[in-house]
Design a protein around this ligand. Structure first.
Ligand code: SF4
Length: 213
C-alpha cells in the first residue's frame, strides 16, 4: 500500500497535536479515527461512531505536522472511535514510526485478529474493558462483543506490550459486584484489576445516564 492509499483509507475524525493524558507519562499527539462498531451508552465521542471519511484533517497533513514536531513529542496515539476499524492502520503506524515516534493505541478490542497482527508495531495499549465478558452486550450494545474483547485481551497478555486496562464506571451500568466479576475475568488471563475511571457527562447523549449521575 502506498502513502497515497493510506491517505485515502485512514478516516480521521480529529487530531490533537499535543496531549499529556492520552498516554500516561508521555507527551503525545493523538489521531482520532472515525468509526466504531460498538454502541456504548456512555460514549462521549458519539460523533466518531458512524463510519465515514471523518471531519478531521487529511492524513498527509497530519504527517506534515508530525514531521515538524520530531524531537518535541514522545509518541503518537491512535484513538477513536475504534482505530482497529481502519484497514490501513498498520501502514499509518509504519509512517509514524518512520518519523521516529513511539506508538500507542486506544482500543476496545472488537477485532482480535487485527489487533494481534498490530501488536509488534505497538509500544503501549490503553484498553477500555466495558464489563464482565458475559455481560458485555448490556453496555457495548453488540452481541458477541465480550468474547471478542476477551480474545483481544488474551493476545495482549501474551504479547508483553505495555498495557493500561481501564473501565468507565456509571453506577446504573456497573455495580461493585460487576466490577469484582470483571477483575476475576481479567485474573483468568493473568491481568491485574482494571483501573476504574468515572463516567464523563461531556458528549454523552443517553438521557437516563445523564439524569442519574
Ligand atoms: S468503544 Fe469507545 S468510541 Fe466506541 S462506542 Fe464505546 S465508548 Fe464510544
Amino acid at each position: 500500500m502506498t502513502a497515497a492509499d493510506v491517505a485515502v483509507s485512514i478516516a480521521v475524525g480529529g487530531f490533537s497535536p499535543l496531549s499529556t493524558c492520552d498516554w500516561p507519562g508521555e507527551l503525545v499527539a493523538t489521531v482520532f479515527c472515525q468509526g466504531c462498531p460498538l454502541a456504548c451508552r456512555y460514549c462521549h465521542n458519539a460523533d466518531l461512531i458512524p463510519p465515514g471519511r471523518g471531519a478531521g484533517p487529511h492524513w498527509q497533513d497530519i504527517l506534515s505536522t508530525l514531521e515538524k514536531r520530531r524531537g518535541l513529542l514522545d509518541g503518537v496515539v491512535f484513538s477513536g472511535g475504534e482505530p482497529t476499524l481502519q484497514r490501513a492502520l498498520s501502514e499509518a503506524i509504519d509512517a509514524v514510526r518512520a518519523l521516529g515516534f513511539r506508538v500507542g493505541l486506544h482500543t476496545a478490542g472488537p477485532y482480535p485478529e487485527r489487533l494481534e497482527r498490530l501488536l509488534p508495531q505497538l509500544d503501549w495499549v490503553g484498553f477500555d474493558v466495558k464489563a464482565p465478558f458475559a455481560d458485555y452486550e448490556r453496555i457495548a450494545g453488540v452481541p458477541g462483543s465480550g468474547l471478542r474483547a476477551r480474545e483481544s485481551l488474551s493476545a495482549l497478555a501474551r504479547s508483553g506490550v505495555a498495557l493500561d486496562v481501564r473501565t468507565t464506571v456509571h453506577p446504573l451500568l456497573l455495580t461493585e459486584g460487576n466490577l469484582v466479576r470483571l477483575d476475576a475475568d481479567l485474573a483468568t488471563l493473568g491481568l491485574r484489576p482494571t483501573r476504574r475511571q468515572p463516567f464523563r457527562r461531556g458528549g454523552c447523549r443517553d438521557a437516563e445516564l445523564l439524569s442519574t449521575c
